[in-house]
Design a protein around this ligand. Structure first.
Ligand SMILES: [Zn+2]
Length: 116
């Protein structure tokens, strides 16, 4: 699982020396998107190396990106469903008005809810 990101991070003992650890996406605050914590490793102080744009190979960062994309897609689908529902309701109101039928409010309310 790899993807491109504008700002990447690798945790290193020497910021100038690449290693085999995962490359994370920079969340924007100088820490990995996935929340991986920078800890001392085998007694060595580790640092965040800021690598600019590049390939992210951290599966946890990928999951965060996927979940964010899913949330956006679900919100978009819900907004679309609501817009369709509103349009259908407006069409029912228009049809009732066009029919010239006078409907008592409880019947109208029931009809709008269930589709006339
Ligand atoms: Zn990560």
């Amino acid at each position: 699982m790899e993807y491109k990101a504008a700002n990447t991070i690798q945790i290193r003992s020497d910021v100038d020396r690449p290693n085999g650890l995962k490359i994370h996406e920079n969340r924007g605050d100088g820490t990995p998107l996935c929340g991986t914590v920078n800890r001392d490793w085998n007694g060595r102080t580790m640092h965040y190396a800021f690598l600019g744009d590049g390939i992210v190979n951290c599966g946890s960062c990928q999951r965060v990106v996927n979940e964010a994309a899913l949330a956006v897609a679900l919100a978009r689908a819900e907004a679309e469903r609501k817009a369709d529902e509103d349009a259908a309701r407006a069409e029912r109101v228009r049809a009732i008005r066009a029919s010239g039928v006078r409907i008592a409010l409880p019947e109208l309310d029931h009809g709008l809810r269930n589709g006339i």
